[in-house]
Design a protein around this ligand. Structure first.
Ligand code: PMP
Length: 427
């Protein structure tokens, strides 16, 4: 193996976390997974997709839907996405065009939002460049950053998200070290963060952008707003984005139809700053010529049909109910244990649980083994913290991400009971 002429990049991308979790699941089919971030299979919109596929194939020139598309994506879906985005922003498309110069030409369709995140990393970051992240944050993005040779650096974070003063201290530290020019990106998942469920408070959204305007008036440091869970608020109200309060072209917005509709279609999108549109399209063209053309028309048909909103509402209600089931079961099986706590999310798919500081949740720990023995899986919290932190704080290893996405109510109750036994056995 060591003689393989692999590129440096192949080595940077090596990250065993997901394969370890998947191998555990395959080895132990009776295992109940609170680990997978998958959506609820019961909500997957088979009938809507069946009807939309039939309708779209009955259109004139349907054969061309099976032809190649374009790297930026089908115009028809880009327009629908723009309208959807305008609804989330609470601002009509005409006003977005007038005030922010936003047109469908700046909407790029990608293979899930994951590809958009990856394209952003590729067009903005050289090896050694720095991306500031919350701690914890979306662990797949940590792999994406590592994969382009970038340094993900953790900034102080609490129950309201990234701490603006911590971000400023991080900028100070890099300035003193002569490395400020290497800081190119701040990655934020402001709505129901994967993994912590935390919402970046409205005050902090404003404060972070104001801070960056003050410290970097030229807009060289971009903010990547990953809004994957924005539509999954349990009360149905989308929060005001960072994008909407950006006075310039600093904020890059990533959205997806995976969580609200169907991840199997692999359709995500990005709203790109003007200067990044062409570099992103060029990069995407190099990778795949464009995302699956047929799927784009199919999703456009669903959006045009007006049936999407009712579907999202059902999905949201379902997750709110399942979240309540998991929280009640955690109360029953883990409630009152000293040093054990968890956060109540207001949306998304995850509950973040914390054990006493000395009790590791990492792969190979006594807890991980006890959980495997009991037949329950979680995502070890450590994976969600970038190893490097701006303030030198150690990487915590005593949390876990519990997802209520996949299991049904009975499965969630049983998984919590198993987890309770595993935790009690190591305390
Ligand atoms: N961002 C976050 C925070 C996520 O949790 C996910 C999916 N787990 C994604 C992006 C990517 O999802 P997709 O590629 O399916 O849009």
């Amino acid at each position: 193996m060591s003689d393989l002429p692999l590129s440096d990049r192949a080595g940077w991308a090596a990250d065993g976390a997901i394969s370890t979790l998947m191998a555990q699941a395959i080895e132990n089919p009776d295992c109940l997974s609170l680990a997978a971030g998958f959506v609820d299979p019961a909500t997957l919109p088979v009938e809507l997709v069946r009807a939309a596929a039939a309708d779209v194939l009955a259109e004139p020139r349907a054969n061309l839907l099976l032809q190649y598309g374009t790297p930026a994506g089908a115009g028809r879906l880009r327009i629908e996405v723009l309208e959807r985005f305008a609804t989330l922003e609470g601002v009509p498309t005409e006003e977005l065009a007038a005030t922010k110069g936003l047109t469908a030409g700046r909407v790029l369709l990608t293979n899930g939002s994951q590809q958009f995140l990856s394209l952003i990393a590729q067009v903005l970051l050289n090896p050694g460049d720095i991306c500031l992240v919350a701690g914890p944050t979306y662990f797949v993005m940590l792999g994406t950053l590592a994969g382009v040779g970038a340094r993900a650096v953790r900034v102080e974070t609490d129950g309201d998200g990234m701490v603006p003063a911590g971000l400023e201290r991080a900028l100070d530290r890099f300035e003193q070290a002569g490395e400020l020019a290497r800081v190119k990106l701040v990655y934020l998942v402001p709505d129901f963060e994967n993994p912590s469920g935390v919402v970046l408070s409205q005050e902090r959204r404003t404060a972070i952008l104001e801070l960056l305007e003050r410290r970097d008036p030229g807009g060289r440091i971009h903010v990547l707003e990953d809004a994957a869970y924005r539509e999954l608020s349990f009360d149905g109200a989308p929060s005001a984005s960072l994008w909407g309060r950006d006075p310039g072209d600093r904020v890059i917005y990533a959205g997806t139809f995976s969580k609200s509709f169907a991840p199997g279609l692999r359709i995500g999108y990005g709203i790109a700053p003007r200067a990044l549109v062409q570099p992103l399209i060029d990069r995407k063209g190099n990778e795949d010529f464009g995302s699956a053309h047929f799927n784009q028309h199919l999703l456009a048909k669903v959006l045009e049909s007006g049936k999407y909103d009712a579907h999202v509402e059902e999905v949201r209600d379902g997750y709110r109910r399942k979240c309540d089931v998991l929280l009640a079961a955690l109360d029953e099986h883990l409630g009152g244990l000293p040093g054990v706590s968890w956060r109540t999310p207001a949306g998304g798919l995850y509950v973040w649980a914390t054990l006493p500081e000395g009790v590791s949740t990492s792969f190979g720990s006594p807890l991980a083994e006890a959980a495997q023995h009991e037949g329950v899986m979680y995502v070890p919290g450590e994976l969600c913290f970038a190893p490097e932190s701006a303030d030198g704080s150690p990487r915590p290893a005593h949390d876990m991400r519990l997802s209520f996405g996949v299991l049904d109510a009975a499965g969630l109750r049983e998984a919590a009971a198993r987890l309770g036994r595993a935790v009690r056995s190591v305390l």
